[in-house]
Design a protein around this ligand. Structure first.
Ligand SMILES: Cc1cc2nc3c(=O)[nH]c(=O)nc-3n(C[C@H](O)[C@H](O)[C@H](O)COP(=O)(O)OP(=O)(O)OC[C@H]3O[C@@H](n4cnc5c(N)ncnc54)[C@H](O)[C@@H]3O)c2cc1C
Ligand code: SF4
Length: 491
């Protein structure tokens, strides 16, 4: 093996794993990403890491992934060791390697004045290789502690928490209200962004490690929290934050207006063999309200269903093309980036504030929405505090409206009646050790943090496991994740 060149970034341009041609991919439900690259190419990308001494990328990654270490191991062709270092901080690197918006990359030192290392692509390549080589195997604990833990919710937070606790020797049962496991990884994020085979093989690993799953159990309804508390020594609520935000304007009751999540879940169930969809964009003019991830996934799904026209409306102004002065490196750049969905077609409309949905032909269905074109005054945190109306009565034709303007808090009303305190914004309230208002009941992931990202959910799950293990055993050897800068232990 050649000696590593610390100036690899001068020799090799950044080339991240790309996506398939937009015109081709919008016609199918296969993953939008191109296949991975050849080994020699991957090593050159690993060599671009200059091992800068103060790895700002590492700080940009919420779970503190050991990025420079695995960049170097990839460069040296030591894939198995790279996989071990990746798994030291991340239970499910393929969840992030495919879906993470990669806040590590703008924080890479190279991004100060050049192209960042293709960190997310390397993460994906390492874990892809791990599966391909059959290196990812069940790791059941050697000893059982005799303690029982109930994890409620099977999204990335619940699964990470369950795997950590099980590996610490506790006996873990995961309760899920849906018929399928995986939370938003399965029923929210579309197949073409994240193939469900990736969830299935992790679930298989978890089962073989000894974790038990029970589906169609809604804790607080099917079984009370008190009952669960009697069965288990500790409970962890990883129930997500899927309460929809709505638009309260005249005409909201018209047919043809749905929540984006209902629409996406419907299509995900169809892809899993669940029969025809109840909301179909085929042949329709579709308007998606909301400029975030869920909105983008609605746009892309509508194209695949055969919509004739798709518009995505954002209430905010279009972000600038370059970083504003008050948004320097290594902060996350607040700049315009074309989404994968709009690369495939459709138009983005900015700074439109919806005022009404209208039924123009009197058939009870939506035909258009009306909006004001606005200019916002923002506070120092970028929050909208005031608006100036630049134009009234902007009309946008629509046969199907999908509302994807974000989520409120957790769907936890039944649990709130059983002693769980919620915050003003509807999250499950917890102390610094992630314990809720009930002794021995913890919370993690979106239900604690509010709607977030897969990487944060995994880190939350790991942290909750650390706290629960400490609660059960007096101290924990499980590494904490988000709340610490300490490197993980090798235990
Ligand atoms: C459409 C969409 C696209 C997204 N795309 C991305 C992306 O590209 N990249 C990214 O990083 N993030 C993305 N996100 C965000 C990401 O999916 C979430 O942040 C993450 O899934 C949160 O994980 P979680 O485990 O906390 O909750 P969830 O994934 O929401 O899982 C919670 C689980 O708890 C179950 N549950 C709820 N209440 C109960 C109960 N009472 N009893 C039993 N079970 C219960 C739910 O059915 C669900 O399975 C997206 C979100 C959406 C909606
Ligand atoms: S999990 Fe996300 S932020 Fe962390 S290294 Fe991977 S892509 Fe980067």
């Amino acid at each position: 093996m050649d000696e590593r060149h610390p100036d690899g970034f001068l020799k090799h341009p950044r080339e991240a794993i790309g996506k398939r041609d937009p015109a081709e991919r919008r016609g199918d439900y296969r993953e939008i990403y191109a296949p991975s690259w050849e080994e020699a190419h991957l090593r050159r990308q690993g060599e671009r890491c200059m091992d800068c001494g103060v790895p700002t990328c590492h700080g940009g990654c919420p779970i503190g992934n050991l990025i420079p270490e695995w960049n170097d191991l990839v460069y040296r062709g030591q894939w198995r060791e790279a996989l071990e270092r990746l798994h030291a901080t991340n239970n499910f690197p393929e969840f992030t390697g495919y879906t993470c918006p990669a806040p590590c990359e703008p924080a890479c030192t190279l991004a100060y004045n050049a192209d960042a290392v293709a960190i997310k692509s390397l993460e994906r390549a390492i874990v892809d290789k791990g599966w391909e080589m059959d290196w990812i195997r069940p790791e059941p604990p050697r000893h059982r502690t005799g303690k029982q833990v109930a994890v409620v919710g099977s999204g990335p937070a619940g699964l990470a928490c369950a795997q950590q606790l099980n590996r610490a020797g506790h006996t873990v049962t995961v309760y899920e209200r849906d018929e399928s496991l995986g939370g938003l990884m399965t029923l929210g994020i579309p197949d073409f962004k994240f193939d469900k085979r990736q969830v299935t093989r992790r679930l298989d690993q978890l089962r073989r490690e000894g974790i038990v799953f029970q589906t169609k159990v809604e804790v607080g309804v099917t079984v009370s929290l008190a009952e669960l508390r009697e069965r288990a020594d500790a409970v962890c609520l990883a129930i997500g934050a899927q309460a929809h935000r709505d638009v309260s304007v005249p005409g909201r009751e018209l047919a043809g207006i749905h929540f984006g999540m209902t629409y996406l879940t419907d299509e995900n169930r169809r892809q899993a063999g669940g029969g025809p969809v109840s909301i179909d964009a085929g042949g329709k003019r579709v308007v998606v309200l909301g400029g975030g991830d869920t909105g983008a996934d609605c746009v892309a799904t509508a194209h695949r269903q055969g919509a004739v026209d798709v518009a995505q409306i954002s209430v905010r102004d279009q972000p600038p093309a370059t970083r504003p002065e008050d948004n320097p490196w290594p902060w996350q750049p607040s700049i315009f980036e074309q989404t994968y969905a709009l690369e495939e077609g459709g138009q983005a409309l900015y700074a439109l504030d919806v005022t009404a949905f209208v039924d123009e032909d009197g058939d009870g269905r939506v035909d258009a929405l009306m909006a004001e074109r606005v200019k916002w005054t923002l506070d120092t945190q970028g929050r909208r505090i005031d608006k100036t109306v630049l134009e009234h009565d902007v009309r946008v034709a629509a046969d199907l409206v999908l509302i994807a303007i974000g989520f409120g808090g957790a769907q936890a009303q039944a649990l709130a009646q059983q002693g769980i305190t919620l915050t003003d914004s509807g999250r499950v309230a917890a102390d610094e050790s992630m314990m809720t208002s009930l002794e021995g009941v913890f919370t993690t992931g979106d239900s604690r943090r509010g709607p977030s990202l897969v990487v944060w959910a995994i880190g939350e799950g790991r942290d909750a496991a650390h706290h629960i293990d400490g609660y059960l055993m007096g101290e924990s050897r499980l590494p904490p994740s988000l709340a610490t800068q300490s490197p993980p232990t090798d235990d």
